[in-house]
Design a protein. Structure first.
Length: 132
């Protein structure tokens, strides 16, 4: 599994589109509330934070569902850093920010590669289990 993380509108999607330009892949946008990951080939999972906000599963079950769904698949997650240290005033938004933080930690811990994209600049944070 690979992870590309960064703030909103920082170039994560453009970075991946260029990286995968000549590589067969499937893009899964989970903002509609569905998480269906096709088998075979590279799958880009985008907007998982929207799925997490819409699912009726308790947080722990939602995380396990995601991890089970990607097992054995070549997956790239695009993760939007929604917190950056700012605490939302709305209780539901605080809960989502916290749940995303915990989910992202699990995904990043299991990822083979982690790239942070910040205003279009890509920085490798982790590659094959080593933190840089």
């Amino acid at each position: 599994m690979r992870v590309v993380i960064g703030g909103a509108y920082n170039g994560k999607r453009d970075y991946l589109k260029k990286m995968l330009a000549d590589v067969p892949h499937e893009w899964v946008d989970t903002s509609c509330g569905k998480l269906e990951i096709p088998a075979g080939g590279i799958v880009v999972i985008d907007r998982i934070e929207h799925w997490l906000a819409k699912t009726e599963l308790p947080e722990a079950e939602a995380v396990e569902f995601i991890l089970k769904s990607i097992k054995g698949k070549d997956v790239i997650f695009i993760l939007t850093d929604i917190g950056r240290g700012i605490v939302p005033m709305d209780a539901d938004m605080r809960a989502l920010r916290d749940a995303c933080g915990r989910l992202y930690q699990r995904l990043i811990a299991q990822a083979d590669e982690v790239t942070r994209v910040w205003y279009g600049l890509a920085q490798t944070l982790k590659k094959r289990g080593e933190i840089r």
